[in-house]
Design a protein around this ligand. Structure first.
Ligand code: PLP
Length: 357
């Protein structure tokens, strides 16, 4: 499948396919914070506009320091990238696993990166009968033949977190079996009280934790992510050998500003708590939808019967993410972003019209 078909946010393509003006499309398919680019960052970019006339610091020392202060770890444990996606590919390139496990359905880029390097992939299926939740049975599938495991917490597209006790057992078992554990926490900033792995870095050098700023700070076009690990020799190898300057000047200055923008962070938590509940409850009113309880800024659901909900909603100029192209899923599965109250209400109105037709 072409890469354009593998992700949300394809407004232009979908609008062309459905003969709709892209400007009019309300995009629920990409999980971006509706509060938009923080004002603090907009001001800083304008003030620093002419910095684009110089190369960024090739070592990105201040950027790494800003992230390390935010996490409370050594700056050597931090490797920033041009979005989390670049770091997935860099990690696979330099770690070069021969056999990897992916828990599916999940974010498509782990599989794409592993396939690029012809790594053997074991797919562990999340099952409908378990409500797509990872269970203790998963532990039995970890085996010494694996070089690495990709774990997405919260998982995209299901929005589920593993139980903290299970996560701990996975970390310990991976260590015992010498399996590198790549934990993608790209959405974890939306869950300020959830268990995350950043405090375990010093304890476990087989742990690689991925974060993204593009969703929480609504900057997917600016691009910034980071990888955390106490495996300094691998991080240094990547530092030494990767392409230079892949992070642009404005992305590089953004971490220090947005990570310390307490007003924006707080406003996001307040909005999400309200709208997560509103949208979850509102979706649950439709008898044909089974909705997973969300943890982050998106919601996964299954539609009963034979209805192409994405096409129906495009008729209302609303784009939702069909999950039909994820392993284990089909055209009955969808993911929607949680947006502003007004937009969320518009989605619910459109669903009312679709289901009452
Ligand atoms: C789970 C997960 N990880 C990583 C990424 C990539 O994020 P970035 O925009 O920082 O490359 C995404 C993007 O959708 C994602 O869903």
């Amino acid at each position: 499948m072409a890469i354009s078909g593998q992700h949300g946010g394809n407004v232009l393509q979908m609008a062309a396919q459905f003969h709709v003006d892209p400007q009019m499309v309300l995009d629920f398919s990409a999980n971006i914070n509706p509060m938009g680019l923080p004002d603090s960052l907009q001001t800083a970019i304008i003030e620093h506009l002419t910095d684009a006339e110089q190369y960024p610091d090739i070592e990105y020392t201040e950027l790494h320091q800003a992230i390390a202060s935010h996490i409370g770890c050594d700056a050597n444990f931090v490797l920033a990238g041009n979005g989390a996606t670049e770091l997935i590919f860099l990690w696979v390139h330099y770690f070069r696993p021969r056999r990897a496990m992916i828990i599916e359905p999940t974010f498509a880029e782990y599989r794409r990166a592993l396939e690029r390097y012809e790594c053997d992939i074991e797919s562990y299926p999340l099952l409908e009968q378990d409500n797509y939740q990872l269970t203790e049975a998963f532990l039995n599938s970890l085996n010494a033949g694996l070089d690495c495991l990709f774990l997405c917490t919260p998982n995209n597209p299901t929005g589920l977190m593993p139980e903290p006790a299970l996560l701990e057992k996975i970390i310990i078992k991976c260590q015992a079996l010498n399996i590198a554990l790549f934990v993608d926490e790209s959405f974890i900033d939306f869950l300020p009280h959830a268990t995350n792995c950043s405090s375990l870095l010093s304890q476990y050098s087989h742990l690689y934790v991925l974060r993204s700023l593009t969703k929480f700070y609504a900057m997917p076009g600016l691009r910034l992510g980071y990888l955390l690990s106490s495996d300094i020799s691998l991080l240094n190898k990547i530092r030494d050998q990767r392409e230079p300057w892949t992070i642009n000047t404005f992305a590089a200055l953004s971490a220090d500003i947005v990570l310390n923008d307490d007003d924006y962070n707080q406003a996001t938590y307040t909005w999400l708590a309200q709208e997560q509940r509103y949208l979850f409850d509102a979706l649950n009113q439709f008898p044909s939808l089974s909705v997973l309880k969300p943890s982050a800024n998106y919601i996964f659901f299954t539609v009963a019967g034979d209805i192409d909900l994405q096409s129906k909603l495009m008729g209302h100029q609303i784009l939702i993410r069909s999950c039909a192209n994820y392993p284990q899923l089909n055209q009955q599965h969808y993911r929607i972003a949680i947006k502003s109250h007004q937009d969320n209400m518009r989605l619910i109105e459109a669903l009312n019209e679709v289901f009452n037709d």
